[in-house]
Design a binder for this molecule. Structure first.
Ligand SMILES: Nc1ncnc2c1ncn2[C@@H]1O[C@H](COP(=O)(O)OP(=O)(O)OP(=O)(O)O)[C@@H](O)[C@H]1O
Ligand SMILES: [Mg+2]
Length: 321
């Protein structure tokens, strides 16, 4: 049998039209997620991570629009383009195939409804048999690392970490194959962050779930993700196996990101990245990182680099390679 990725994003571009300007938030991105993969998407604020993830679920809404590209999902009935799905199929797809913990999820639980009710609503709405719901609520809470007694609680009675576990339980409500976590631990302290990430990894093992972690903090996914995609100004500028990326970063932006991670070693000063990302409403002629790049040369200003495979599934978009 020919293997095919679970999710395949092909040449996707998304723009937002605001104040008469067009912001190119995602610019010709290609990405594949295979069954059981743990993939990270990292990059500075505004680099297009959330916008890209929204395309996986066909969730781009005005003022955003998808300019071009495909999002192919391989389900039980073969490959379908998520961007051309009928609404009824999309509804099913969004919880049963791919689910997402949104960046603002922590504060999006219904404050006047017990946790139990929130899980029940999602399950019933998506066709779970009434007689199975109670057992499923307990099962999902346990999978998220919660005791089932919290189902009687209201969101305000829970800590931030517990609320985020409820969001994990919600995301698992309809047994998806792929879970996307967009900055799911950003607002939490480091200990709770670790616990939540470890829990998600356990789910990968127990449920053979594929995972996508989105974060601006590359150090967070260092020991978690198998494959890391580095995004900059709406493009993936480097992709490699995590170990490879940390040991041998090729793109000057990735190097800078890694140098900005605080370490405990003495004498290793943290280097921030000078300058700011480009204005995405303006035409960028060359490499989007050129004016911040310490290794910039003439060609970088004249011609955009392509993302190319430099061996061992290590991809980089930089004229140095
Ligand atoms: N609803 C919107 N309307 C207009 N512009 C938007 C909208 N959402 C995102 N953008 C713009 O698109 C670009 C990418 O934003 P996006 O939220 O995808 O980035 P991000 O990498 O997820 O950032 P962060 O780390 O802050 O979450 C930014 O320039 C942003 O201002
Ligand atoms: Mg975001």
């Amino acid at each position: 049998m020919m293997s095919f990725p679970l999710l395949e994003v092909k040449d996707i571009s998304v723009e937002y039209g605001v104040d008469g300007k067009t912001i190119k938030a995602v610019n010709h991105v290609n990405l594949e997620i295979n069954k059981g993969d743990v993939v990270a998407i990292v990059g500075e604020s505004g680099s297009g991570k959330s916008t890209l993830a929204m395309t996986f679920l066909n969730l781009i809404e005005k003022p955003g629009r998808i300019r071009n590209g495909k999002v192919n999902y391989r389900g039980a009935k073969g490959v379908v383009d998520v961007l051309r799905m009928r609404p009824v199929d999309l509804m099913r797809y969004r919880w049963k195939e791919v689910s997402m913990i949104f960046q603002s999820a922590m504060n999006s639980l219904n404050p006047v409804m017990r946790i139990e009710g929130q899980l029940r609503d999602v399950m019933i709405e998506h066709g779970t048999d009434e007689s199975l719901v109670d057992a499923k609520i307990d099962e999902k809470l346990k999978l998220a690392g919660l005791t089932t007694s919290i189902k009687k609680s209201y969101p305000h009675e829970l800590s931030g970490g517990m609320k985020q576990r409820v969001n994990i339980a919600l995301a698992l409500a309809c047994d998806p194959k792929l879970l996307i976590a967009d900055e799911a631990t950003t607002a939490l302290d480091v200990v709770v962050q670790r616990q939540i990430l470890t829990r998600l990894l356990k789910l990968k093992q127990d449920l053979s779930l594929s995972l996508v972690f989105i974060t601006h903090d590359i150090s967070l996914v260092a020991n978690i993700a198998e494959i890391i995609n580095v995004m900059y100004a709406g493009k993936i500028v480097e992709r490699a196996f995590a170990k490879q990326l940390f040991e041998n970063p090729l793109h000057p932006y990735t190097e800078a990101l890694l140098q900005s991670i605080p370490t405990l070693e003495k004498g290793t000063a943290i280097k921030g990245i000078k300058g700011t990302p480009p204005d995405l409403s303006k035409e960028i002629k060359g490499c989007p990182f050129a004016d911040r790049c310490p290794k910039m040369f003439d060609r970088c200003l004249a011609e955009p680099p392509e993302l190319k495979n430099v061996g061992d599934n290590h991809y980089v978009s930089c004229h140095l390679y």
